[in-house]
Design a protein around this ligand. Structure first.
Ligand SMILES: Nc1ncnc2c1ncn2[C@@H]1O[C@H](COP(=O)(O)OP(=O)(O)OP(=O)(O)O)[C@@H](O)[C@H]1O
Length: 393
């Protein structure tokens, strides 16, 4: 059983003077996530790494899976720690480690070393050579292969010595909470959950808003969005989901506006409401799952028309992604199966047969003039009757 886990971080490593803030945010996230699973974990910074001391009963796979969902980590290694790092202790510990890890010591290996304690009597290359020699003496069936070894044996000389041979890939990105908060427009489709995951991977907290149109969209369609938010929150942490009743607004637009402009005008009202909620909740921008050319409302002209009603940035993490690339990510993060459940979305119910693909802004603005102040009352009513669902932890 590993005594703990040595974690390598991703981009934080290239940060300058304020690197400690990113490291602290990362440690906070690791502590939080590990607090939800069995085991007794102590998280501490260790020059360029994070060390998690693991005590008590814990499920190894669960720890790895949990850490693999923490943004900011590049690699996760179960380690043996040698407190007193004098050379004899370290060599013996490395030999014991190899013996314990592998039933048969007949493979090829390469020792890799990193030394952050510059006062240690051996340099990194010396550690590799000396340790390699020691292992060959102790396990005669081992062989060295510096180009393509079966096993890498890592020895990191820090305040203590750390020994490991496995590196589980981390998810990368930046620690949550290092980049402010944004409001995700979350539908029940494939794209917006992926967009939420992607923006969050850059360290952004997310809140979400879902436009619901009962009775045209069912309770099951809403539940699907709640389920998606739960799945996304395994990565993004807590999400405050705002469910907006959009029925009256949609019906009114349907009655008053040219049908080929419906999707754009509805989308503009969604953006206005989302922006209001974003400002109310301290969000610095909106996030959507749009990508250029995917459907009529996602041409560059249409995106310009939806942007026009926003005075805060609209982030579209998937803007240049092919559909298949988006599907691949949704499968990886576990939202795909839920996203493809066949429940209707309000945008697909009130869709025109021939929506405009190159909306003319003047024409759109003119059509919106027909909506009179009645729509402002409807927007106010929608804002007053929002249901808030707290998702995740
Ligand atoms: N009912 C809704 N509630 C909240 N946001 C929505 C809703 N419908 C659409 N959106 C937002 O608008 C974006 C574009 O929606 P649209 O239906 O045109 O495309 P889509 O490719 O089907 O997107 P998705 O797969 O995310 O549903 C979505 O990614 C989402 O951010």
């Amino acid at each position: 059983m590993a005594q703990g886990f040595l974690l390598k971080y991703a981009e934080i490593g290239v940060k300058g003077k304020n690197r400690y803030k990113f490291e602290d945010a990362l440690c906070d996230q690791i502590r939080l996530r590990l607090s939800f699973i069995d085991g007794d974990f102590t998280v501490q910074k260790e020059s360029g790494r994070v060390f998690v001391q693991a005590d008590g009963d814990f499920d190894f796979d669960e720890v790895i899976e949990t850490l693999q969902r923490v943004f900011g980590l590049a690699g996760i290694s179960p380690v043996e720690v040698v407190e007193d790092k004098n050379w004899d202790n370290v060599t013996k510990a490395v030999g014991d480690f190899v013996e314990k890890q592998y039933d048969k010591c007949d493979f090829s290996f390469k020792v890799k070393s990193k030394r952050s304690d510059k006062h240690y009597p051996y340099t990194s290359p010396e550690v590799c050579v000396e340790m390699g020699g020691y292992l060959l003496d102790r396990f005669p069936e081992l062989s060295v292969d510096v180009h393509n070894p079966d096993v890498y044996i890592w020895v990191e000389i820090r305040e203590k010595a750390y020994i490991y041979s496995k590196v589980y890939k981390g998810i990368g990105g930046m620690p949550l909470g290092t980049a402010g908060k944004a409001m995700l427009l979350l539908s029940g489709g494939i794209d917006s959950p992926v967009a939420g995951y992607m923006i969050s991977k850059r360290g952004v907290w997310i809140d979400a808003v879902y436009f619901h149109a009962p009775p045209y969209t069912s309770e099951r369609a809403k539940q699907k969005v709640v389920d998606l938010a739960k799945l996304v929150s395994r990565y993004t942490g807590k999400i405050r989901l705002h469910v907006v009743n959009f029925t009256d607004i949609q019906m009114y637009i349907y009655e008053q506006c040219p049908h080929e402009e419906l999707t754009i005008i509805m989308r503009r009202y969604m953006m206005r409401i989302a922006q209001h909620l974003a400002k109310e909740n301290g969000c610095l921008g909106l996030v959507t799952g749009e990508s250029i050319g995917q459907v009529a409302s996602q041409t560059m002209q249409s995106l310009a028309a939806t942007n026009e009603v926003c005075d805060i940035p609209v982030y579209r993490p998937l803007i240049a992604f092919d559909k298949q690339d988006i599907v691949d990510i949704s499968e990886k993060i576990g939202t795909y199966e839920t996203s493809i459940q066949p429940y209707e979305d309000c945008c697909t119910i009130f869709v025109a047969k021939h929506p405009v693909t190159k909306p003319n802004l003047k024409a759109i603005n003119k059509s919106e003039e027909n909506l009179t102040e009645k729509i402002d009352e409807m927007v106010k009513e929608a804002l007053d009757t929002i249901e808030i669902i707290e998702i995740g932890k």
